[in-house]
Design a protein. Structure first.
Lengths: 405, 225
């Protein structure tokens, strides 16, 4: 029987102590991993948004929260669809493309999905008044044209561009990649939402945003399905950069005074601020967990040493040196550190994957490199906490076992 | 001579002043002898046993083992001395509760030898010798008091010690089991030539020794050969 076997047997022998000790490390590491995972994914999402989306404009009801561009419309309050006409008929220059939307969370079986009603280009184009004064006319407005000698703005990642959908029949839908995967949906298949059957026209490529969790259907079908009447929750506008800098937003605010009109840049700035805050929080947590975790493990090992005084005395009596006692206790802390690090990574990652979409509206995927960091940090905390109790255990006299219970 | 002690003193500081548990004691213990130490509670017999086994550092005095002087203040040397030369049998058996009978012996063997298979074989031999070959996977709480003490004796013999120290080995046993354990210790002394030093309150147990020592207030009172 080697000392490592003895250590493992002792750990197993005191399961309740082991559980409480492990829980402390697991939760500590879990919190750090959770915050870090969401923060890293969120930073990436912001970077992608900034790279790809340029100067999009979002028209939302006044009371809407705009923490995240991609999820701002989900379950937002609504405003009349006629606002689209107000923008179109205003002949504002720089409104390049427009997409009114109504978005709500719905359940398909046990899965939560985001149902978004959109108006296809063909329907917008079919309205004569819009054709005369609106988008179609403004498309050729000089303010949108690239200046001579400059390349037109392009999306770095074309799959992230929210392109206008040309046609979308009343019973057709597009599904995001994550929804398709979760519900095992294929193109040309069918999908039933709220007792209405939709034909799946296309499974959209993965974007890494909440759009992957969306099902896009015709706006008017969604309005009927949800019983909202002619209401929408957002209008997304592809505005020209130069027009925005020329005061397009303030002009639009004059037309729609009871709405919130913002650009992706403003929303992203909020998100960057949130990310900065999360980074600071994770640093504060890291410092707290380093202290609290080490003290907690130290306390646990110290209680363990006191409980094992007799046992340590026996080992010393049969010839084990002080260094063997240090080894046993530090090895125990090391094992707990490894197990706690792995468990903490799993708990933190699961929490981030589950809570990320709920709270900040981004799809979070595991960051595998954090596993090694979790284990490393967990071992550091555990071993650091065990050093003083191990040193004190070395001072236990070898005749401690002679004291009768 | 296996052990020679000269002018050994162990002083404990108490709130009401210093007390000499062992007081300027000199004693020779020949190889292969069976020494029993008796005396009233607080006479210093257990303290003397602890010093002989390198478990407790004396305040002053010298001790030679096989004519070689031991540095009793050097903790590291005393741990090596214990693992190489001394086996202990305690009144409370001193077994590790979450290890089986076999593992309790193997853990003692592991101090000197890392070979798992070799240690297992030796542990099985010892358990067979004390008549517990059918209890190898039993935990201490699953064994009777007499069986636990036999496991403790097997562990004490694990590293072939020259000196076996027993502190009230029958203190927790009934008379018939006591005789059984004392018989095993006698057999170890006679057949293997191991020097046995036993502390006891029991006059019956003391009779097993070929040298009988009585202590009073940390001093040798009577030696009978």
């Amino acid at each position: 029987m080697r000392l490592i076997d003895l250590t493992i047997k002792e750990l197993w022998h005191r399961k309740s102590q082991l559980t409480s000790g492990l829980l402390a490390i697991t939760l500590g590491i879990g919190v750090i991993v959770g915050i870090r995972t969401i923060s890293v994914v969120s930073e990436k999402a912001v970077a992608v948004n900034l790279d790809n989306l340029g100067a999009n404009i979002l028209v939302l009801p006044q009371a809407t929260s705009v923490d995240n561009y991609y999820s701002a419309d989900i379950d937002a309050p609504t405003f009349p669809e006629s606002y689209v006409e107000k923008i179109v008929t205003s002949t504002l220059p720089g409104v390049d493309n427009m997409s009114p939307k109504l978005t709500r969370r719905v359940k398909i079986g046990t899965e939560n999905i985001v149902l978004t009603g959109i108006l296809p280009k063909s329907e917008i184009a079919s309205k004569p008044i819009w054709q005369q004064n609106g988008i179609q006319a403004n498309k050729v407005n000089a303010s949108c044209a690239p200046k001579p000698g400059t390349a037109p703005a392009k999306y770095l990642d074309p799959k992230l561009q929210r392109k206008g959908i040309q046609d979308l029949a009343e019973s057709d839908c597009f599904v995001g990649s994550a929804v398709a995967q979760r519900l095992n949906l294929k193109e040309q298949g069918t999908l039933t939402i709220e007792k209405k059957s939709f034909s799946i026209v296309k499974v959209l490529p993965e974007t890494g945003t909440v759009d992957d969790d969306r099902v896009f259907a015709n706006l008017h079908t969604v309005q009927k399905l949800l019983g909202t009447g002619e209401q929408i929750s957002a209008i997304e506008i592809m505005g020209c950069c130069s027009a925005i800098s020329d005061g397009l937003l303030s002009k639009m605010r004059n037309i729609l005074p009871d709405t919130r009109i913002t650009t992706i840049g403003q929303i992203v700035a909020t998100q960057i601020e949130t990310n900065r805050m999360m980074n600071k929080i994770s640093l504060v947590f890291l410092i707290i967990i380093l202290f609290v975790g080490s003290i907690s493990i130290g306390n646990y090992i110290w209680a363990n040493v006191n409980e094992r005084r007799k046992e340590i005395g026996i080992l010393r009596m049969i010839g084990y040196h002080k260094r063997h006692i240090y080894y046993i206790l530090v090895l125990k802390a090391l094992i707990m550190g490894i197990v706690g690090g792995i468990a903490g990574y799993i708990v933190g990652t699961l929490a981030a994957v589950w809570l990320g979409p709920q709270f900040i509206g981004i799809a979070v995927s595991p960051i595998y490199t954090l596993l090694l960091l979790s284990i490393g940090l967990s071992i550091f905390i555990s071993v650091l906490g065990s050093l003083i109790p191990a040193y004190m255990a070395g001072k236990i006299e070898p005749f401690s076992n002679m004291q009768e219970d | 001579m296996l052990i020679q002690i000269n002018n050994l003193t162990k002083t404990y500081q108490r709130h009401d002043g210093a007390i000499n548990a062992v007081d300027n004691l000199s004693l020779d213990i020949p190889k292969g002898s069976y020494v029993t130490i008796t005396g009233a509670s607080g006479s210093g017999k257990t303290t003397l046993l602890l010093i002989l086994g390198g478990l407790l550092q004396p305040t002053s005095g010298k001790m030679k083992y096989n004519a070689k002087e031991l540095d009793l203040q050097k903790e590291k040397d005393m741990a090596t001395f214990r693992s190489n030369h001394v086996g202990f049998v305690m009144q409370s058996f001193a077994l590790i509760p979450y290890l089986t009978a076999l593992e309790n012996i193997s853990i003692a063997l592991n101090v000197k030898e890392n070979d798992k298979d070799k240690n297992r074989k030796r542990a099985l031999e010892l358990l067979e010798w004390v008549g517990l070959s059918d209890r190898t996977t039993h935990y201490p709480k699953e064994l009777s008091a007499g069986q636990q003490q036999r496991v403790a004796i097997a562990r004490a013999l694990a590293n072939n010690p020259d000196l076996l120290l027993a502190d009230e080995p029958t203190g927790n046993l009934d008379p018939s089991l006591s005789e059984e354990i004392l018989g095993i210790l006698k057999e170890i002394n006679q057949k293997q030539g191991t020097t046995v030093v036993m502390v006891t309150h029991s006059p019956m147990a003391a009779e097993y020794g070929n040298t009988k020592i009585q202590l009073k207030n940390g001093k040798l009172q009577i030696i009978k050969n």
